[in-house]
Design a protein around this ligand. Structure first.
Ligand SMILES: CC(C)(COP(=O)(O)OP(=O)(O)OC[C@H]1O[C@@H](n2cnc3c(N)ncnc32)[C@H](O)[C@@H]1OP(=O)(O)O)[C@@H](O)C(=O)NCCC(=O)NCCS
Length: 148
């Protein structure tokens, strides 16, 4: 993601109720020079941004903070490609696990994460508000291509 993509990324995120509501300052923390522990990747087609993924490395874990694909571009492998890019970046930083939390009622995202190799390894009752919902915790081992 470049700073020029900020408006398009925020438009995508703000159109999606399942995405975290971040202001520009939060996105800018992912763009900070030398910010090699936080990254946003975008998927682009003909100059149009179709989706983005935001993640950060905390010790040896990559936390997936947000992923959104434009509603008109779903089920075309864009989400899978974004996730693969984030995981590749994390592996290059010697990270061994990816983890995330998602609303228990977000069946689409949970289906996407499951099909990408994440497994549920916890639940936080009543973690989310408006509406009140549990958080489902999921994680996945990141195996380097040499280890496969
Ligand atoms: C979750 C999301 C990022 C998936 O993006 P996508 O580009 O549609 O995903 P892909 O096309 O790469 O899907 C890969 C596989 O994931 C699974 N999958 C994707 N969407 C799914 C859904 N709604 N229900 C069940 N499984 C799903 C399928 O196995 C799919 O493969 P298939 O299409 O061959 O069956 C997208 O639906 C989205 O932006 N949702 C709203 C935002 C959101 O909830 N983000 C997560 C919380 S921040």
């Amino acid at each position: 993601m470049s700073p020029l993509d900020l408006d398009a990324v925020m438009r995508l995120a703000n159109a999606e109720s399942a995405a975290p509501r971040w202001g520009p300052a939060m996105y800018e923390t992912f763009l900070a020079p030398g910010g090699h522990r936080k990254q946003i990747f975008v998927a682009e087609e003909d100059g149009r941004i179709l989706g983005f993924i935001a993640g950060q490395i905390i010790l040896d874990v990559c936390e997936l903070d947000s992923i959104v694909v434009d509603s008109g571009a779903r089920r075309r492998g864009v989400g899978r490609a974004l996730l693969a890019t984030l995981c590749g970046w994390a592996r290059a930083g010697c990270v061994t696990r990816a983890q995330l939390e998602v609303r228990g009622g977000n069946n689409g995202a949970i289906g996407f994460y499951r099909s990408s190799g994440f497994v549920q390894d916890g639940q936080r009752p009543g973690y989310y508000r408006n509406p009140d919902e549990d958080a489902v915790l999921m994680s996945m081992a990141l195996v380097s291509s040499q280890e496969k």
